[in-house]
Design a protein around this ligand. Structure first.
Ligand code: SAM
Length: 413
C-alpha cells in the first residue's frame, strides 16, 4: 500500500522515496491516517486519491524543509553581481523555487539591498509545494536554526525582535511574494512570468534521473534568455547536461542559460558590497586546515606548503567542480591531496565530485575521510547521509542525521 502512495508522490511532486528513506513516507502515512481517524490503509489510499486537501497534508508531512539564511553564501554574491550587470529599467525578477520556509527568498532581498538596489528595482517570488512551509515563510519569524555559520552580521541590519524569534524588517518582507506551487504543476500556474534569476537549490537531489531532466526542462522555460540558474552543491553536474553554461564562480553553483557577459570571478573586486566577507583566500582563517592525523606531517615528512598556496589550490578545485567538469575536478583534487596533504575540505570536495560523477562508493569513502578529520563537518554529514539513503542504508543514514542534529544543537544553529 505504501508503494502505491510512494508512486503517487513521485508522480505529483517528483519525490523519490529512496532519497528520503522509506521510513519517512511510512511514518507520514501513519501520522496522516491517525489525523484522519482512519485505520484501514486501503480506505486511506482511497481518501487520499479523492481529496486534494489530504494530498496537500501528506505532501506537507513528507517534504524536507531544511534551509537557512545565506545558505552557500557565494550564490548570493554571484546573484547580486549578475543582477547588477543586467540592471535595466524594469525590475529584476527573481524566483526562489523551492523557497521552503522563506529564508532563501529573504536572503536574496538582503543581498540585493546590500548591492545598493532600490526596492522598486527588483522583486522576488517564493514558491514551494508545501503549504505549511509557505505559511511559515509568510509568518516570517525565525529561530536559531535559520541562522547558521559565523557570518551573521546581516542579522543586526535586517532583523527585528519578534515575540518568539527574529523577523526581517518591513523593507525586506515587502520585496517577497510567496505562494504554494508545484514545479511539476502546469506552466499556467506561473502565468506569463519569465525570471532573470532562478534559485533552484537542494531539490534535484530528491528526484530520480528522469525527473531531474524534467525539472531542468521546466526551469529553462521559466528563465529569461540571459538568465542565471543557481543549484545546490550536489547538483552542479546536471545543468550542463541541459546546455547551461557554468558562470565559473567558485562555490556559487551558478549557470547561465546562454553565453555569459564577462564578469570577473570574485578575486578582488569589491565594487558591489556583499552581505558577508567571501570565504576566499582568507589568510587569517584559511579554508584548508592542515591536520596531522593522516597527512604528511603524521608520517614525519615535509611540513605542509604555505596555507595561502593550499587555499588557492583548493579554490581551483572548487572552480573546476562548479564548472561541472567532474572528471577533471577529481584529478585536480587528487593532485591537491598529494601536494598539500589531507584536509576535511578537500575530502569533502572530492566526495562531491565523485558523487556527481556517479561514483557512489568512492564518494562515501571521501565523505567518511572528511568526517574522520572533522567529525562535525556539517556538509559532509548531510551528503553522506543522502548518499547512504540512496544506497538503501537507512540505518546508516539515520545515524548520521542524528549526529547532524546533535552537532547543530551544540552549535546552537
Ligand atoms: C531542502 S528544501 C530546499 C530549500 C531551499 N531552496 C534551500 O536550498 O535552502 C526542499 C524544498 O522543496 C520543496 N519541494 C519538494 N518538491 C517540490 C516540488 N515539486 N515543487 C516545489 N517545491 C517542492 C519542499 O517542500 C521543501 O521545502
Amino acid at each position: 500500500m505504501t508503494g502505491a502512495i510512494e508512486k503517487l508522490l513521485t508522480e505529483t511532486i517528483g519525490l523519490d522515496s529512496a532519497s528520503v528513506g522509506p521510513t519517512v513516507v511510512r511514518q507520514a502515512v501513519r501520522d496522516r491516517m491517525a489525523a484522519c481517524r482512519i485505520t484501514n490503509p486501503q480506505t486511506y489510499k482511497e481518501h487520499l486519491t479523492g481529496s486534494s486537501q489530504e494530498l496537500q497534508e501528506l505532501i506537507n508531512a513528507v517534504v524536507i524543509p531544511e534551509t537557512w539564511f545565506f545558505r552557500d553564501r557565494e550564490a548570493f554574491t554571484m546573484l547580486a553581481r549578475h543582477a547588477r550587470v543586467h540592471k535595466r529599467a524594469q525590475p529584476i525578477k527573481v524566483l526562489s523555487l523551492p523557497c521552503s520556509t522563506g529564508e532563501e527568498a529573504y536572503s536574496v532581498a538582503m543581498a540585493m539591498f546590500d548591492a545598493s538596489f532600490e526596492a522598486h528595482e527588483f522583486k522576488i517570488d517564493g514558491v514551494d509545494v508545501s503549504s505549511r512551509n509557505i505559511a511559515t515563510a509568510e509568518r516570517a519569524i525565525y529561530g536559531r536554526n535559520s541562522f547558521r555559520g559565523s557570518h551573521l552580521e546581516f542579522k543586526d541590519r535586517y532583523f527585528e525582535a519578534a515575540e518568539s524569534g527574529l523577523r526581517p524588517t518591513a523593507a525586506v518582507l515587502k520585496q517577497v511574494r510567496f505562494r504554494v506551487g508545484n514545479l511539476f504543476g502546469s506552466r499556467a500556474s506561473f502565468g506569463q512570468e519569465v525570471y532573470d534569476i532562478v534559485l533552484f537549490r537542494n531539490l534535484l537531489i530528491y528526484f530520480n534521473r528522469e525527473l531531474q531532466d524534467r525539472a531542468l526542462i521546466c526551469l529553462k522555460d521559466l528563465l529569461a534568455k540571459d538568465g542565471l540558474l543557481l543549484v545546490g552543491p550536489a547538483e552542479a553536474a546536471l545543468p550542463r547536461l541541459h546546455g547551461f553554461i557554468s558562470a565559473e564562480w567558485p562555490l556559487a553553483f551558478a549557470f547561465l542559460k546562454s553565453e555569459p557577459v564577462k564578469t570577473t570571478a570574485p578575486t578582488v573586486s569589491a565594487a558591489i558590497p556583499v552581505p558577508t566577507p567571501t570565504p576566499k583566500v582568507n589568510k587569517s582563517k584559511p579554508l584548508l586546515r592542515p591536520r596531522p592525523t593522516i597527512g604528511n606531517e603524521a608520517r614525519g615528512q615535509a611540513p605542509a606548503k604555505p596555507l595561502a598556496q593550499a587555499s588557492e589550490s583548493l579554490i581551483a578545485v572548487e572552480r573546476i567542480a562548479n564548472a561541472g567538469r567532474v572528471k577533471e575536478a577529481q584529478e585536480v583534487a587528487l593532485a591537491h591531496l598529494k601536494e598539500f596533504g589531507p584536509s576535511a575540505q578537500i575530502f569533502y570536495l572530492l566526495g562531491l565530485v565523485q558523487d556527481a560523477d556517479g561514483a557512489a562508493p568512492q564518494a562515501a569513502q571521501s565523505y567518511r575521510k572528511a568526517l574522520y578529520l572533522a567529525p562535525n563537518h556539517r556538509e559532509a554529514l548531510i551528503h553522506l547521509a543522502l548518499l547512504l539513503r540512496k544506497q538503501g542504508d537507512h540505518n546508516g543514514a539515520e545515524a548520521l542525521a542524528g549526529r547532524l542534529g546533535r552537532v547543530q544543537k551544540r552549535s546552537g544553529s
